[in-house]
Design a protein around this ligand. Sequence first.
Ligand SMILES: [Zn+2]
Length: 286
Amino acid sequence: MARDAIGKKKRRMLRREVGFGCPVEGCRVPFLEYHHFDPPFNEGKMHNEDGMIALCPIHHRQADQGAWSIEDLHQMKKAKKREKPKGRLGWSIDEGVVICGNNYLFSPSLTLRMKGKELFKLEQDQKGKISVNTLLWNNQKEIVAEVKNNDMLLNHMIADDIDCMASGKEIYFRAPDNSNFIKIKFERLPIEECLSQAKNCLNQNVNKSVSSKIIERELNGMINVIKFHTTINEDDFSFRAGDSKITFDFRKVGLGKEDYYGNEHGVNGALNFITENGQELIYLGK
Ligand SMILES: [Zn+2]
């Protein structure tokens, strides 16, 4: 019998139940899989959430080998106190394309800042590797999730959802009250595939710009691609980086809404929104 997919709601419920991190003592890795134990999948052939538990891939393997009794696993599901989930992104990136909205950036450094808070930042370390930094907050400005140089520290007590794919390809954090979210996806794609994705963009320059950089660097084979999606709702504005565009929405303070499709930044490589009295609202640049 083919193994049908576990529904989205069930997976989220199982992640929430363990506080978005592997519940095995001392683990707390946020990259999770879903283990069937009561009954095991080959006996039950169903996804009954009362007999399932979210575990990291290593502890999932060990659970399959009978490391814990059915009773132990039921107890693990019920535990009340849990530490904050901790983990590290294993992405090893020397150079690549960052996609944010319709922006294709061929740069090892990128900063997206909102009112002084660094929502997303790529930095190059001493070895030339690009490290990921990100920050998500809720309405009370409490930190829901933080990634510092690839190290993740997650606040399971206030997060609405934390979904880190066991394959390590994608991380997703969502705040409970204002729908703020961050999604970062990392892929190593064949160059042709990256170019054909760029071709689907509304802005024809995107394709030209990405291909010329690829030719310039004499790249062939595979290319690193980091895709960044977000929605941030502040008191005075909303910011959205979707699949095809970036939207700045200042209608809450009586100003307009603008969709940004550009693929290159301004003269100094930055997009910058500043209030009348000089306070920085949004900065997107190097
Ligand atoms: Zn574990």
